[in-house]
Design a protein around this ligand. Sequence first.
Ligand SMILES: [Zn+2]
Length: 239
Amino acid sequence: MLPETEINRVLVVTAHPDDVDFGSAGSVALFVDKGVEVTYLLVTDGDAGGNERTLDNSGMAELRRTEQLAAAKAVGVTDVRFLGYPDGQVTVSLDLRRDIARVIRQVRPDLVITHHPDRNYQHVAPSHPDHRAVGGAALDAVYPDARNPYAFPELVKDEGLEAWTVREVWLNGGSTPNHWVDITEAMDRKLAALQSHGSQISHVEGFLDFVKSRFAAWAEQAGLDEGHYAEGFQVVTTA
Ligand SMILES: [Zn+2]
């Protein structure tokens, strides 16, 4: 694995508002504590999410962007970018690969955190089609698109964005995690971030207890003591 001291910039690529907060906001908070620059890239605005049938789609998109900005702030992240793809319709297209590769070349991250592109057969929720598509496109953008100057040559020609090699990727939501981050000291901030997504969680009874038990279970799987919380990832070396 990449030594922690060599991680100076992190890019988190997700499908919807709230994905980063469920999957990795605790790890993000710990990176921010160490002075690492973290950028969020959201492929959709989450306009097909929520429980409120009276809002039209555009109202939902705006609300969810606002919620994500607040959630990012709760863990110290201020650079949040949206690609505005339609929620529920994401595919691994060349356009999406180029759009992610563009941001990789702009941000020049050492580490990318994104969704696992394979279906998880133990739980359905992590494998939303948008999640799998974004994970696949992000991995394609890491290798080969962002590092190959001949991939999407307009990025160099028109935008002056030189090739960039991401050295490691952490995948969320897979069934075979091999790296756990002890997020106990950042758990309050992760919960605050999650609570920023009122349109998604305000109707869920016992939400905080559900989240705590989920991440306590990860900690147990990671072999941590009782009272600890952990986030799990599959690490992919991409250097
Ligand atoms: Zn999602």
